[in-house]
Design a protein around this ligand. Structure first.
Ligand SMILES: Cc1ncc(COP(=O)(O)O)c(C=O)c1O
Length: 474
């Protein structure tokens, strides 16, 4: 370990206590100073383990050259794929835990988790066994018939939610294939509710969402995503969508008796890891109650343990709860699935034939999701996530001190972190990748870190050291 890096590591332990108070997250998400100190001690022992994973400030991995197997692979197949993403030339091939390998045999520490999806990491053998067994038994039947797993998943989601301090009105679940489709369902349910509720009717169809949010790419979820980059090529948007400023209580006047739904992320993930304040969310809930608008919490990225709680909104005051909660991403650990959980009041507005899906809720995806929800809702597992958060907080705060003014702010909780830069972040993402760490960008000049939730302390340390080296190389 280079001396600069090992000094940084020791400082992380020392800084855990201080950083627990300084970085940006709302108070509900913060860990107590006592547990931060306790964790600093754990961190010190993790430092020893991680010494094995030495990362000098040298380039350990290469982006494939023109003559490589990867380049030949991309040249052969890329012409047939519609180009919707800019990506480096690596071709990923296998994974185990928090590590992945490309077809050249290069190893990467994965702090992207497939964009906050692989919460249980890669190559989870129990999950693979379940997948295999269920695929032999039955993959799909459609929703024309009951199957053995959709119902148990819906029951588990409701029961585990009711066991938290979160959505106490959780009652029924609609299972979809993705996050966008979960939001699409939520928006449709709210529109139907708006027509039927006393004082509602044809006029009550407006949806309010927030700047800097991300709700998906289908026309409804895109209409709720006020980002010109995503919306402009596909204009016009669905009628009735209005936008307000996140955390601006005065701006809530945009919500009126014509509003059927408000959709919000408790933590804006794609937007750069920003937190709704408890005051704002409480005021928002109150405003929705005043005008009888359905409040939708999009927990597609923030949910299922990512914040250290089963649902990020558990950290809000008890009165600030949603009528619909949407989830996806981690729900299948990579098997495509999403869900919209609704209160009984919303459920009553939805009748047979109102909404549907061919694949949504198939027994393969729902059996996997049942396993995943059971693991991710385990209180001990969630405590671990909270504790590991302090390693990130202290490590990233140390980097901020060291690389100011390039790093201007650290925002995060649990295992979702944003490192705010004063410049575009691709150079850091590239420098980290060349040193064997995958991270992603978000929002405006933010480096986003969303590792598998099973990440080990030594791996957190390793990742922070690589980031240190990446910043040092700028
Ligand atoms: C908060 C949020 N909502 C919705 C979506 C869309 O989910 P999907 O890509 O599964 O359609 C995402 C994806 O990044 C998200 O982060």
């Amino acid at each position: 370990m280079s001396s600069a890096l090992s000094t940084a590591s020791r400082n992380i332990a020392r800084g855990a206590h201080r950083a627990a108070r300084s970085s940006t997250s709302h108070p509900g998400y913060r860990i107590s100073p006592t547990s931060a100190a306790l964790h600093a001690r754990n961190y010190a022992s993790a430092t020893a383990d991680a010494a094995e994973a030495v990362h000098q400030n040298v380039i350990t991995n290469r982006d494939p050259s023109e003559n490589s197997k990867s380049a030949a692979f991309v040249r052969e197949y890329e012409p047939y794929c519609l180009t919707t993403y800019a990506r480096p030339g690596l071709v990923l091939s296998s994974g185990k835990g928090c590590y992945i390998w490309d077809i050249e045999g290069q190893k990467y520490l994965d702090f992207t988790a497939g964009i906050a999806v692989n919460a249980l990491g890669h190559g989870n053998e129990e999950l693979s066994t379940i997948l295999y067994e269920q695929s032999l038994k039955m993959i799909h039947t459609s929703n024309l018939y009951y199957n053995e797993w959709t119902g148990p998943l819906c029951k588990l989601l409701v029961e585990r939610t009711l066991a938290t301090k979160g959505m106490q009105s959780a009652s029924r679940v609609f299972v979809s294939n993705s996050g966008s489709e979960a939001n699409e369902a939520a928006l449709k349910f709210a529109r139907k509710y708006g027509k039927l509720t006393p004082g509602g009717g044809e006029h009550k169809y407006e949806v309010v969402s927030f700047y800097n949010s991300f709700h998906g790419r289908t026309m409804g979820s895109l209409s709720a995503t006020p980002n010109q980059k995503y919306q402009k090529p596909f204009a016009p948007m669905v009628p009735g969508f209005k936008y307000a400023k996140y955390n601006d209580i005065d701006g809530l006047d945009i919500i009126t008796k014509d509003t059927c739904a408000v959709i919000i992320e408790p933590i804006q993930g794609e937007g750069g890891v920003y937190f709704a304040t408890p005051e704002f969310i409480t005021a928002l809930r109150k405003k929705c109650d005043e005008v009888d608008a359905v409040l939708i919490f999009d927990e597609i990225q923030s949910g299922l343990g990512r914040s250290g709680y089963l649902w990020a909104h558990e950290a809000f005051p008890a009165e600030a709860q949603p009528d619909i909660l949407t989830t996806a991403k981690a729900l299948g650990n990579g098997i495509p699935i999403g869900a919209a959980m609704v209160s009984e009041r919303i459920a009553q507005a939805i009748k047979i034939g109102d909404h549907g899906t061919t694949f949504g809720g198939n027994p393969l995806a729902t059996r996997v999701a049942h396993y995943v929800v059971d693991k991710l809702s385990n209180p001990e597992f969630l405590d671990e996530v909270k504790h590991k958060a302090e390693l990130f907080r202290s490590g990233l705060e140390q980097l901020k001190e060291k690389y100011s003014p390039v790093i201007t702010e650290i925002r995060g909780t649990g295992l979702i972190w944003g490192v705010q830069l004063n410049r575009e972040p691709n150079a850091i993402v590239d420098a980290a990748r060349l040193r064997g760490l995958l991270v992603i960008t978000a929002g405006n000049n933010t480096v986003r870190i969303v590792p598998p939730l099973i990440v080990k302390e030594a791996e957190i340390l390793e990742g922070i050291e690589i980031l240190d080296a990446a910043f040092a190389s700028l």
